[in-house]
Design a protein around this ligand. Structure first.
Ligand SMILES: NC(=O)c1ccc[n+]([C@@H]2O[C@H](COP(=O)([O-])OP(=O)(O)OC[C@H]3O[C@@H](n4cnc5c(N)ncnc54)[C@H](OP(=O)(O)O)[C@@H]3O)[C@@H](O)[C@H]2O)c1
Length: 343
C-alpha cells in the first residue's frame, strides 16, 4: 500500500466555505462563511487530496434556498486536485483526480466518486470545462437530445458561458448557422470574432424576438435552452417545423423562489410546427464519454474548439466567484484557484 508523508502534514488548517444563511434573490457574500478546521489525517483506505481548482455552477443556486445544501456545513462542488498522501491501493501519490469535494482546500477521500485524470497536451483546468462536465453537457445536449443535423439553424442562450460557447462551436463544426445571445457587447464580439458564431446579440440592450427574426428569418431548428423566461418565449415562437429544444438550464429563474421561471406565451407554435422540448441532465451521457473526449480532443487540436476561463484566486473568493457567475462576470468557464501544484 502506497504511503507518503510530505508538506501537507506541515499545513495545520483546511479552509472551507459553509452556507451561513439562506439567500433570497441574488446571494450575498454574507450568506457564506469561511471556516478553518484542522487538516484531516489520512487513515487506512483513504487519500488526502490537495485541491487545485474548483468549479462554480449555476445549478448550485436553487439548493441554497430549497434546503438541499445544509446550513453550517461545508458546501460541495466539482474540484480538481492532486493526491498528496495515499493509503489506498490504485491511487498513488501524484495522481490528478476530479471529485465533488470543492469549497475546501484539502479533501479526504476513500476513493468513492474519484475520477482519475490523465492529462495529454491540454492544461489541467480543461477537465473542469471543455473536456469535463460542461463540455459533455453541450455535446450530449446538442447532438443526442437536440438531434442536431448538419446545416440547421441553431440558437443558443448564455452563449458566452461554459456550456453555451461549446454548443455554438460544435454547431459550427457541424456546418450549422449559429446565433448566440449574451449579456454584453464585448461578449457578443467574442462570439462572432473569436468563436466563429454567425451572429450574436446583447439581450440586455435588444429585443430578443427582433434579433432572432433578423438573424434567422427562416426560423430556428434547434434552440439550446440555458436561460428560460423571455428567451424561451421568443425562441418557441420562431421554431421551424420539427424543431427541437433541448432544455439544459433556466438560469434566469434560479434566484426566484422555487426557481420559477417567467411565463411563456408562444407555446401554441409547438403544435403547428410539431416542436419537441425535452429536458436532460448530463449524467445521461456517461455512455458516450469516450466518443466525446475523442471528438473534443481532435477539435481542440485542429483549432476548432476554443475556450476562455475566468479565474478567481483563493478559497476566500469562492462565494464572490459564484455570485459573479450568476451576474455574468464570466466569459467561458468560471473557476476558483484553490492551490498551487507544488507538492
Ligand atoms: N442539464 C444539465 O445537466 C446541465 C449541466 C451543466 C449546466 N447546465 C445549465 O447550463 C446553463 C449554463 O451553465 P454554465 O455552467 O455554462 O454557466 P455559464 O453559462 O458559464 O454562466 C452562467 C451565465 O448565465 C448568464 N446569465 C445569468 N443570469 C442571466 C439571466 N437572467 N438571463 C440570461 N442570462 C443570464 C450570464 O451570462 P450573460 O453575461 O450572458 O448574462 C452567466 O455568465 C445553466 O442554465 C446551467 O444550469 C445544465
Amino acid at each position: 500500500m502506497a504511503t507518503s508523508n510530505h508538506q501537507a502534514s506541515t499545513r495545520q488548517t483546511n479552509r472551507e466555505i459553509h452556507l451561513a444563511s439562506r439567500p433570497e434573490g441574488l446571494p450575498a457574500e454574507a450568506n457564506f462563511r469561511l471556516v478553518e478546521n484542522p487538516l484531516p489525517a489520512t487513515g487506512p483506505g483513504q487519500v488526502l487530496i490537495k485541491n487545485l481548482y474548483m468549479s462554480v455552477d449555476p445549478a448550485m443556486r436553487p439548493p441554497l434556498t430549497n434546503g438541499q445544501t445544509k446550513l453550517d456545513e461545508v458546501m460541495t462542488a466539482g474540484a480538481l486536485g492532486k493526491i498528496v498522501e495515499s493509503q489506498l491501493d490504485g491511487y498513488p501519490v501524484g495522481t490528478y483526480v476530479m471529485h465533488r469535494g470543492g469549497f475546501r482546500e484539502w479533501c479526504l477521500s476513500n476513493g468513492q466518486g474519484l475520477e482519475v485524470i490523465q492529462p495529454e497536451n491540454e492544461p489541467l483546468t480543461a477537465h473542469l470545462h471543455v473536456l469535463g462536465t460542461t463540455g459533455l453537457t453541450a455535446y450530449g445536449g446538442l447532438l443526442v437530445t437536440g438531434e442536431l443535423k448538419a446545416g440547421e439553424n441553431v440558437f443558443v442562450s448564455a452563449a458566452a458561458g461554459a456550456v453555451g460557447s461549446v454548443v455554438g462551436q460544435i454547431a459550427k463544426i457541424k456546418g450549422c448557422r449559429v446565433v448566440g445571445s449574451c449579456g454584453s457587447d464585448e461578449k457578443a464580439n467574442y462570439l462572432t470574432q473569436e468563436l466563429g458564431f454567425d451572429y450574436a446579440f446583447n439581450y440586455k440592450t435588444s429585443n430578443i424576438r427582433k434579433e432572432l427574426h433578423v438573424a434567422l428569418p427562416e426560423g430556428i431548428d434547434v434552440y439550446f435552452e440555458n436561460v428560460g423566461g423571455a428567451h424561451l418565449d421568443a425562441a418557441v415562437g420562431q421554431m421551424r417545423p420539427l424543431g427541437r429544444i433541448p432544455v439544459c438550464g433556466m438560469i434566469s429563474a434560479y434566484n426566484n423562489k422555487g426557481a420559477r421561471s417567467e411565463g411563456v406565451t408562444t407555446l401554441s407554435n409547438m403544435i403547428y410546427n410539431r416542436v419537441t422540448m425535452k429536458g436532460f441532465v448530463v449524467y445521461e451521457f456517461d455512455g458516450i464519454r469516450a466518443q466525446f473526449l475523442a471528438d473534443m480532443r481532435a477539435w481542440m487540436a485542429a483549432g476548432l474548439m476554443k475556450y476562455q476561463e475566468t479565474i478567481f484566486d483563493g478559497i476566500e473568493n469562492a462565494p464572490a466567484a459564484f455570485i459573479g457567475l450568476l451576474q455574468g462576470e464570466n466569459t467561458g468557464k468560471m473557476l476558483v484557484k484553490l492551490g498551487d501544484d507544488d507538492v
